[in-house]
Design a protein around this ligand. Structure first.
Ligand SMILES: [Zn+2]
Length: 737
């Protein structure tokens, strides 16, 4: 493995890490040998045996390391029997310039330090103070929401990943100090959740059992398992990035605690599966440590959901997951559940789980997803909607609505839901190697995720509407302008860790297993200028350089720097929007008019210096929605490549509101890159129609005007960049007229 001394990493592994104990057996043989051949008379024979055994030991260690592959990216499916693809290592991809390089750099230099300032300041967040107080290092009470520990772990995960790429020693030391405090908060039995621990420590419990003790799992809305789940994911990333097991040991104790609860009181664990980040967390702990109890726990976490009494669609536990075919309820909880279930499938091959996930995915991708990749249309709603049995109808909030129910102004689209959807798609990609999942991953990153953070990296959206207008006669629960701090702080660190980790989703390599004896190859999932330097499962090195101005330009050059001297494939993702794409290898056509929403396979014997040129045409596209999506009937959205565009009021002449603008079907939109605007964006310009002033007053209905609309110049900007120029109105969908 590149840049890694496995001996050093192994010595840092926690006790009991080894999966199979083969190393220990060798040492035992060595001990027997020493006892049998103690004297100098047999010295030569002994040395031959010792050397032979050393060679055997090294061979076994190497084989063992290959099997364990403890270093991977955002996930590690290298040994997952039912995954087809795996990540490359955290530092295997380095952004070099352009879109993602700029965002990664901003994440490193601004987002992470700025967010630390927020989390550390007890007058703003109190998240770090909660750990200090729970650790007994400070006096005080718990502040912030019950899930605030999870918010903190997400920030720490971002810091760990960025350290893994940059090796910024300051981050490393900062994490060490923080992890020391986190360790001090943990109870001996592994339980770790600052609201309850502070309560227990201060002897002023917020909840007491009849015999006067503060107890865990007293209220499912305490989000205890959610917090511990984020701890586990964070710890796996920290371990992979640093080779240190400090946080991993804390997470192991937490996972052991959950295992103990599962054995003693599975009902408690089932009832407290709220926003179940611990499904992903526990599986990743299994992948990192090889501890079989964690796989047992992960499987059980899905099964025990059926124990929940009086479950709700809101929490996706009204009916067993395996019987579900539709995305329902709280969208973050739903997407975390589906992502966790996909992880369990990757380890178990449980086809009943995959069947449910495929059906639910179709329901989202074809009927419930916004054009930005965001999910969770409703602030509040009801489920099961339309039931004749009134008693059965339950409230849901921050939730998936019914099919095709996609409002714009009141779209909830919590940023965490988009992140969760991306995580789920990443896992579906690993399981299936199908490009449709990578397409959504890209759509979500460029639109739904990036919209949630300001261009300067310091302001946030909790919700991500597709239209914002001033004259709305009601308030919405969440701010429609970017805020430097949000009282519910789950989204900002979720977005920051995602931006930190985009490089981890850019490439995949195959998992070679009995169920998937696939050829070697490298899957190019995302485009952006970077260097990939990684190894195939057999240890052979592949290094390539990707050069592109993507997403502003669809020409991508991939230069092979180092490749094993044999035939293998490069799989290039041809996005669903990229009609008429061509691939050349060393200037010779390798394929044209390529099938979209597929990976195009280029298989050959590569040599250093070979150049692949992929051209994905990026014309401006006017997009319409299925007519059943009535909120966008007779409207168009505009896309170019993977980027969704919007009209923002600051780009309109004075006195013209966004609701007054219509798009003629024959509009000609030209694109050009404006490096001065919004950090450098490609804008679209053209002549739209001004429909006349919106002087509606108290009128609800009126006859249409027969006046000919006037032509006005409009400029469209990427949706992710809206809301960065002060207060404004914005719309993605515009009437076609
Ligand atoms: Zn959130």
């Amino acid at each position: 493995m590149k840049n890694r001394a496995h001996g050093i990493k192994d010595s840092a592994r926690p006790l009991g890490f080894a999966r199979d104990g083969r190393g220990r057996t060798v040492w035992l043989w060595f001990g027997v040998l020493q006892r049998r051949e103690p004297g100098y008379r047999n010295y030569r024979l002994t040395m031959v045996k010792v050397l032979s055994i050393c060679v055997l030991f090294v061979t076994i260690c190497l084989a063992d390391n290959k099997a364990q592959s403890a270093d991977k990216g955002a996930t590690n499916t290298s040994s997952s029997p039912y995954a087809k693809l795996q990540s490359v290592d955290i530092d295997d991809v380095q952004w070099t310039k352009g879109f993602w390089a700029e965002r990664f750099d901003l994440c490193h230099k601004v987002m992470i330090p700025n967010m630390w300032r927020l989390l550390e300041d007890p007058n703003i967040s109190g998240a770090y103070d909660n750990f200090l107080i729970a650790a007994g290092l400070k006096k005080g009470r718990h502040r912030g929401p019950k899930w605030h520990d999870g918010d903190f772990y997400k920030w720490l995960e971002a810091a760990a990943f960025v350290y893994g790429v940059t090796k910024d020693e300051k981050l490393n030391q900062q994490m060490d100090r923080i992890i020391d405090v986190i360790g001090k908060t943990q109870r001996k039995d592994g339980y770790i959740h600052t609201p309850v621990i502070i309560s227990q420590r201060s002897q002023t419990p917020v909840r007491r059992t009849p015999n006067g003790e503060t107890t865990e799992f007293a209220n499912r809305l305490d989000f205890e398992t959610y917090n511990m789940g984020h701890l586990m994911t964070c710890a796996c990333i920290h371990y992979r990035a640093t080779g240190k097991a400090t946080l991993l040991n804390i997470a192991k104790k937490a996972a052991d605690f959950l295992y103990m609860v599962y054995k003693k009181s599975p009902q408690d664990l089932a009832n407290n599966a709220i926003c179940p980040s611990h499904y992903m967390g526990v599986v990743e702990m299994y992948r990192t440590t090889g501890e079989p109890r964690y796989l047992e726990l992960a499987k059980a976490l899905i099964d025990i959901r059926d124990l929940v009494e009086n479950g709700s669609d809101h929490n996706q536990d009204r009916i067993p997951l395996r019987k579900q075919t539709k995305a329902v309820g709280h969208a973050v909880r739903a997407n975390y559940l589906y992502a966790g279930a996909a992880d369990v499938y990757a380890e178990t091959g449980d086809n009943s789980l995959l069947a449910a996930l495929e059906a639910i995915w179709d329901d989202v991708a074809y009927r419930k997803m916004y054009i930005t990749g965001a999910t969770g249309a409703l602030y509040d709603g009801a489920s099961p909607d339309g039931s004749k049995d009134h008693e059965a109808i339950q409230l849901v909030h921050q939730a998936y609505g019914r099919e095709y129910q996609l409002p714009n102004i009141t779209a909830h689209n919590e940023s965490c839901a988009t992140v969760g959807f991306a995580l789920w798609n990443w896992r579906m990609l690993a399981i299936t190697a199908q490009a449709r999942f990578a397409d959504i991953l890209e759509l979500a990153f460029y639109n739904g995720v990036l919209s949630a953070i300001s261009l300067n990296g310091k302001k946030f959206f909790y919700t991500n509407p597709l239209r914002v207008v001033e004259d709305l006669p009601f308030e919405l629960r969440w701010s429609r302008k970017r805020e430097p701090y949000i009282s519910c702080f789950c989204c900002p660190p979720n977005v920051v860790r995602t931006i930190a980790e985009v490089s981890s989703f850019a490439y995949s390599i195959p998992v070679v297993s009995l169920s998937n004896p696939s050829d070697e190859g490298v899957w190019v999932n995302l485009y952006g200028s970077n260097v990939l330097d990684t190894k195939f499962p057999d240890g052979s090195r592949i290094k390539l350089i990707q050069e592109t101005d993507y997403p502003w330009d669809g020409t991508i050059r991939i230069i092979l720097e180092d490749a094993p001297p044999r035939e293998f494939s490069v799989f290039l993702r041809i996005p669903g929007w990229a009609n008429g794409s061509i691939v050349k290898v060393n200037d010779k056509l390798a394929g044209d008019n390529l099938k979209t929403e597929q990976y195009f396979e280029v298989k050959r014997k590569w040599s250093a210096g070979d150049v692949i040129k992929l051209v994905l045409p990026m014309p401006v596209q006017l997009i319409e929605a299925n007519p059943l999506a009535e909120e966008v009937r007779n409207q168009v959205a505009i896309k170019r490549g993977p980027i969704v565009y919007c009209l923002e009021s600051v780009d309109l002449p004075d006195g013209i509101k966004i609701m007054d603008v219509a798009i003629p079907p024959t509009i000609k939109l030209t694109s050009h890159f404006d490096k001065e605007l919004l950090g450098g964006v490609t804008v679209l310009q053209g002549k739209a129609h001004f429909l006349g002033g919106s002087t509606w007053g108290e009128v609800l209905y009126r006859e249409i005007s027969h006046q000919k609309p006037k032509a006005i110049d409009i400029r469209l900007i990427p949706y992710y960049a809206w809301g960065n120029r002060g207060k404004s109105e914005m719309t993605v969908w515009m009437p076609l007229r």
